[in-house]
Write a protein that binds this ligand. Structure first.
Ligand SMILES: [Zn+2]
Ligand SMILES: [Zn+2]
Length: 136
């Protein structure tokens, strides 16, 4: 068990890292399993394959790739797929563009959301806003 914030080895029963004071499981800089620094900032440890982000019990639920992709293709004008994935800022922008133009903007830029839906389905967008990989 390693601190995900500073990489210090810590007692598996400890709630906090005695070295930096970070809560157990909080942070994405180091692998909790082997202590390797997460240089790429990915959600999986490049050395041991251990799941790095997010902290256990916090937004760890995997979203459905199919659901997100279909939402993007059919309801993309309202940004529903981005709300679903937790990209609230982008989702809100999409919703506002559609609403503020009485739907005209949504029609014109529909292709953008269609492409996003396809990217999700093909795996090009493979994680949600928390870096949790989408499940098939
Ligand atoms: Zn620490
Ligand atoms: Zn590791």
């Amino acid at each position: 068990m390693f601190c995900k914030n500073c990489g210090n080895e810590m007692d598996p029963n400890a709630a906090f890292c005695v070295h930096c004071g970070a809560m157990k499981g909080v942070g994405t800089r180091f692998c909790a399993n082997c202590g390797t620094e997460n240089l790429m900032g990915g959600s999986v440890c490049t050395k041991c394959g251990y799941f790095i982000a997010p902290p256990p019990g916090v937004a760890g639920e995997q979203k459905s790739k199919l659901a997100a992709g279909l939402l993007g293709i059919f309801l993309g004008t309202l940004g529903i797929h981005n709300f679903y994935l937790g990209y609230n800022g982008k989702a809100l922008a999409q919703l506002l563009i559609t609403l503020c133009t009485c739907g005209i903007g949504g029609t014109v830029t529909y292709i953008w959301w269609l492409i996003e839906g396809v990217l999700i389905l093909t795996g090009s967008i493979a994680t949600d806003a928390n870096g949790v990989p989408l499940k098939d």
